[in-house]
Design a protein around this ligand. Structure first.
Ligand code: HEM
Length: 446
């Protein structure tokens, strides 16, 4: 492959330059979307752990492996920032979402937002979400079902109930759902300008729909305390007495809904796929769930150890956030390579999760690898990192896990499901990783 250098390190610095493939950027993006694993593997074999490509209109450095992830996310000399990196993809659609803030400002907002994710608040969300889950899962139709569609509706219902605490008509819920989907999809548009009818344009249009919706409800939310995220964010106060402005609440609500909805849907879909592909694991998980009632207590969720291992393994094989971008805000280094100020650097966690250094037979579904005896995820603190790491580590990781486990618990109790022998989930990696066919399964009521 034709190669140039990102930049020459200073003479005597002892640093290595980053090689950059000169291949056409659109071809690179298409190749990456077709098979992100092979894409990274081929370039890693050719260039080493740190290499650049032209993609999405920038020279993008990929830094492979757990140690590179640690150096970037621990961010000891504050060289890597989120805002310029994520803004490149989703900035116009999620302005001032917490993941797009940095350093002191990010810490300040995170302290306030943390109040919406304390153990006590999580318990109250769980109490609200459990009846919704129980009711909706029981009403899943038997027969041939596109399971991802069901999960999408369910996680949206949960989000509306737990995050918004509002009664919406089906038409209004549908309008919000569409707006979210368009807003998220816009971030990875190949045409990065508001051409009417294009992804970017639709994303901007949908952002407006979301803003109008949240501003319309904020006064009522400020007026009374209710057990939903919207209300909690309106009333949350940091230890030093700071609160969010209306604009902050709207920006954070839109971002958090986006962050929570697709990630949970993707994880549920992957778990259901793996359990259909491996009926023995489905039976093992079900047998544990049958030891508890349909209303499983918050504290009992930890006892669903089989489901826990299946969830971890599904998140390893297909992390819903497949890569984490950062921009160097000063000259720095990663694995001894010179990274000049302004460089976009990406952690490819989806490929990292299949690193043979830490995971035996990494392409194989094997929940047992998370058993205390093997603990393959502990080989390096960033070997398994579906929730990211460092100061931006997912704030909803416990929320997401209780929601996912409660849904799967009820699905296992109420149904068995199957895919035809030899079926492989056809993945679309053009935005977040989703199956092109929405996971068709045969759902049989028990
Ligand atoms: C399986 C489910 C989930 C996965 C795999 C996931 C993954 C991630 C990852 C990888 C990041 C870090 C991105 C980066 O550093 O660049 C992140 C951040 C974040 N996630 Fe999640 N997430 C999940 C569920 C949720 C849920 C349910 C919520 C909210 C209830 C949520 C809210 C957030 C927020 C607010 C951030 C930004 C945190 C910050 O910048 O300080 N996530 N998530």
């Amino acid at each position: 492959m034709a190669t140039s250098l990102l930049a020459e390190p200073a003479a005597g610095s002892g640093l290595l330059p980053v090689p950059v493939s000169d291949r056409n950027g659109v071809l690179e993006v298409l190749a990456m979307r077709r098979d992100p694993f092979a894409f990274t593997e081929v370039r890693r074999a050719c260039y080493g752990d740190v290499f650049g490509i032209n993609a999405f209109g920038v020279r993008m450095v990929t830094a492979c492996g757990a140690e590179a992830a640690r150096q970037i996310l621990v961010n000891k000399d504050k060289a890597f920032a989120n805002a310029p990196a994520w803004s490149h993809f989703i900035g116009p659609f999620f302005p001032r979402g917490i993941m797009l803030l940095d350093f002191d400002e990010h810490r300040h907002h995170r302290r306030i937002m943390q109040q919406a994710f304390t153990p006590d608040v999580l318990r109250s969300y769980y109490a609200e979400m459990q009846p919704v889950i129980l009711d909706r899962v029981a009403r899943f139709p038997a027969g041939r079902v596109l399971l991802m569609e069901r999960f999408k509706e369910l996680t949206l219902d949960i989000a509306l109930e737990i995050f918004l605490g509002l009664e919406l008509s089906p038409a209004e819920a549908d309008r919000l759902n569409k707006a979210f989907i368009e807003t998220v999809r816009a971030g990875v548009a190949l045409v990065r300008a508001p051409v009417p009818g294009g992804r970017w344009w639709k994303g901007l249009r949908s952002r407006k729909v979301l803003e109008e919706f949240f501003y319309a409800h904020i006064a009522a939310k400020r007026a009374t305390r209710t057990p939903d995220l919207f209300s909690v964010l309106c009333h949350a106060e940091s230890d030093d007495g700071h609160r969010f402005t209306d604009e902050d609440v709207v920006n954070h609500m839109i971002f958090v809904l986006m962050a929570a909805h697709d990630t949970s849907t993707i994880t549920l879909t992957q778990m259901a796929y793996r359990l259909a592909e491996h009926p023995k694991w489905q039976a093992r998980a079900r047998s544990q769930s049958m030891d508890f009632g349909p209303f499983i207590e918050y504290d009992e969720l930890g006892e669903l150890t089989v489901l826990d291992a299946v969830m971890k393994e599904s998140l390893r094989l297909c992390p819903p956030v497949p890569a984490q971008p950062r921009v160097a805000v000063k000259d720095t280094r990663v694995l001894g390579h010179y990274i000049p100020e302004g460089s976009m650097v990406v952690i490819p966690q989806m490929s990292n999760h299949r690193d043979e250094t830490y995971f035996t037979d990494p392409n194989h579904f094997d929940p047992q690898r998370f058993s205390p005896e093997r603990a393959e995820d502990r080989g390096h603190r960033m070997a398994w990192m579906p929730f990211g790491g460092g100061v931006h580590k997912c704030i909803g990781l416990y929320f997401g896990q209780i929601e996912i486990k409660a849904v799967m618990h009820n699905l296992l109790r109420d149904f068995e499901w199957f895919v035809p022998a030899g079926y492989r989930l056809p993945m679309d990696y053009s935005a977040l990783p989703v199956p092109k066919d929405r996971l068709p399964v045969t759902l049989v009521r028990r």
